[in-house]
Design a protein. Structure first.
Length: 384
């Protein structure tokens, strides 16, 4: 039998030395590391295969929140909590966060070993089931639709719209959706989901020769919202290492693995040769109801028209709608395009969801904005 690899997250010297001492006497369990903070635990998890994580209740943060974050990031590691006493509310939280067991200190070594062994066995079964399922679900090579979210002006709401549309699409008819952050210098799409991505677009570019539609998924991060994210490296000068050829390969490969590829573009790109424009099935032009924004969009539409960009692909998305400043009809007349869909303004709640990293459509599913996104998703899935 392979050793069961265990990581201990605990602050006090007492628990550390007790666990180390207990583990001396067993040969099928190995203490791979001992850490004091969530961040250190995440670092070890990202570089090592850990089977079981023991979290001691004697750390300052809420251990159930930590367990929740670890299990959504590293679903293949079993979590066991070491508590001083068993409270009903904690049992509840443990159940909801996928904790496998709660042990009360001081523990008898045989109880701890038994719990580790069972948690590991259960997890192994789950992993096999999940792999079989994902093999069944993974999309056969085909042509996923590319939706490029662009605007002629920074801060129009591209990232907000891209992230929430991605989640709304994934919910509608279980579509496989990936969000690609092409804002290579300042990208923050991963923040919208509060995830710590294992890889970024830079890692794919390093490995570009080996990328195919099955392998690319291992570079993506599955969010708790059910969509995959390919974050940008968000490092200045990233552009020097990523060329148009790389972007084309990545988008075309993703088309073979996903139903929808949502591309979040940087503000003020003028490079219409970018494959995200060329490969787009829909080019979402985000406009806000302000004179300056409308003017910029009009100029961009002019450039696209000069380059013979297909007009049918361009869809105007009016963001922060609902105020009375400028009427829809005036925007349509000025741009000579109809508004394809709109997303209302809700400054307070939008900012709060962006800050906590829970997509708006998930946090406020019954709000007007969520209805806006569901309507947009439906329009894309069933174009009339
Ligand atoms: N419909 C909305 N109602 C209220 N606030 C919004 C709405 N859409 C976006 N915002 C807010 O506007 C700000 C900019 O949004 P976002 O980051 O999505 O824009 P962006 O176009 O991606 O910006 P950048 O050009 O910097 O990439 C954010 O603080 C966001 O919370
Ligand atoms: Mg953005």
């Amino acid at each position: 039998m392979d050793n069961i690899k265990v990581l201990l997250l605990g602050k006090t010297g007492e628990i550390r030395s007790k666990i180390e001492e207990m583990f001396y006497s067993v040969d099928y369990i190995m203490l791979t590391g001992t850490v004091a903070t969530e961040q250190e635990a995440m670092e070890i998890l990202s570089g090592n295969m850990i089977d079981v994580i023991l979290i001691d209740s004697n750390i300052e943060e809420d251990i159930y929140d930590i367990a929740d974050r670890i299990s959504s990031e590293y679903a293949e590691a079993a979590i066991i909590i070491l508590e001083d006493s068993l409270l009903e509310e904690n049992m509840h939280k443990a159940f909801l966060t996928g904790v496998k067991d709660i042990l009360i200190k001081p523990m008898n070594p045989s109880v701890l070993f038994d719990s580790i062994y069972k948690a590991n066995e259960q997890m192994k079964k789950k992993i096999v089931m999940r792999r079989e399922n994902s093999a069944k679900n993974s999309k056969k090579p085909g042509r996923g639709k590319v939706i490029t979210v662009y605007s002629a002006k920074g801060g129009a709401g591209k990232t907000f719209i891209a992230a929430n549309l991605a989640v709304a699409l994934a919910k509608s008819k279980n579509k496989r959706v990936v969000l690609v952050d092409l804002d290579l210098d300042y990208g923050n799409a991963a923040l919208a989901f509060n995830i710590i991505p294992r890889f970024t677009i830079l890692d794919i570019v390093d490995d570009i020769r080996n990328i195919d539609h099955e392998f690319i998924e291992s570079y993506l991060t599955l969010t708790p919202s059910g969509i995959w994210v390919l974050p940008s490296g968000a490092k200045l000068m990233t552009n020097e290492f990523i060329n148009m050829n790389h972007i084309e390969i990545i988008l075309k490969t993703l088309q073979n693995a996903f139903d929808y590829i949502i591309v979040d573009m940087p503000g003020r790109t003028q490079d219409m040769e970018n494959p995200a424009f060329i490969l787009a099935d829909y080019l979402f032009m985000v406009v806000t109801p302000e004179i300056a924004a409308i003017r910029n969009v009009k100029a961009s539409l002019g450039i696209l028209s000069e380059r013979n960009y297909p007009k049918s692909k361009i869809k105007i998305i009016l963001n922060r709608a609902g105020g009375n400043e400028i009427r829809n009809r005036d925007i349509e007349t000025t741009l000579n395009y109809s508004v394809y869909a709109h997303v209302n303004a809700d400054s307070k709640r939008v900012a709060s969801t962006m800050n906590v990293g829970i997509p708006f459509v998930q946090k406020y599913p019954h709000s007007t904005l969520s209805k806006n996104f569901n309507y947009l998703a439906k329009k894309i899935v069933n174009p009339s």
